[in-house]
Design a binder for this molecule. Structure first.
Ligand SMILES: NC(=O)c1ccc[n+]([C@@H]2O[C@H](COP(=O)([O-])OP(=O)(O)OC[C@H]3O[C@@H](n4cnc5c(N)ncnc54)[C@H](OP(=O)(O)O)[C@@H]3O)[C@@H](O)[C@H]2O)c1
Length: 170
């Protein structure tokens, strides 16, 4: 299979924290708008815990793919539609196969920590949309880490409440 191009979209505090107790530890409506504008009518891939954290239901008007190894989690499949999913898969390879078959716009990996690491570790990511909040979260338990020497900043945008860096693979 020819591997499709994948982008990460992530929001962190100043120190790379993305989550605490399976929630995003801030509320930033401007960043949510940015997230929606990038991902609407596109494909989103996420880990099962992130799927739980967004309410155990697919995000509207996007192709939702959820990676779960154990498949022990309870998925409310009454919400399933062929158009938006959620398609539940047990590996990255399977998530990319469905994304490729369905061919719905850009493929975004939307978290959480383990899924970001998984895609970065397999060298599958071409672009990172990194929103940086001007805050420092105490006792965060999920992080976004990447090797800065392998990425170049191709654009930055200052919003009122956060700063966006768009990075491309060198
Ligand atoms: N700030 C942001 O932009 C942002 C975005 C997304 C999430 N978050 C935060 O990130 C945190 C969640 O991150 P997380 O790392 O704990 O969880 P996660 O990556 O969302 O989900 C982890 C789950 O994904 C499945 N999984 C992981 N690796 C797998 C593999 N190799 N093969 C198959 N399935 C695999 C497993 O599901 P099973 O247990 O079902 O097997 C695992 O428990 C939360 O705090 C959330 O709010 C923040």
């Amino acid at each position: 299979m020819k591997i499709p191009k994948v982008s990460i979209i992530v929001a962190t505090d100043k120190n790379g924290i993305i989550g605490k107790e399976n929630k995003i530890p801030w509320r930033c409506s401007e960043d949510l708008k940015h997230f929606k504008s990038k991902t609407i009518e596109q494909t989103i891939i996420m880990g099962r815990k992130t799927y739980d954290s967004i309410g155990n239901k697919p995000l509207k008007d996007r192709l939702n793919i959820v990676i779960s190894l154990s498949l022990n989690a309870k998925f409310n499949m009454e919400l399933f539609t062929e158009e938006n999913g959620p398609f539940i898969v047990t590996s990255i390879e399977e998530s990319l196969k469905i994304a490729k078959e369905k061919n719905r716009g850009e493929i975004f990996v939307i978290g959480g920590q383990s899924i970001y690491e998984y895609f970065l570790g397999k060298n599958l990511v071409q672009k990172i949309y990194h929103s940086i909040m001007d805050i420092e979260v105490k006792n965060g338990d999920a992080m976004f880490k990447y090797n800065k020497s392998k990425w170049s900043v191709c654009r930055t945008v200052s919003y009122k409440t956060f700063y966006l860096k768009i990075l491309k693979k060198i």
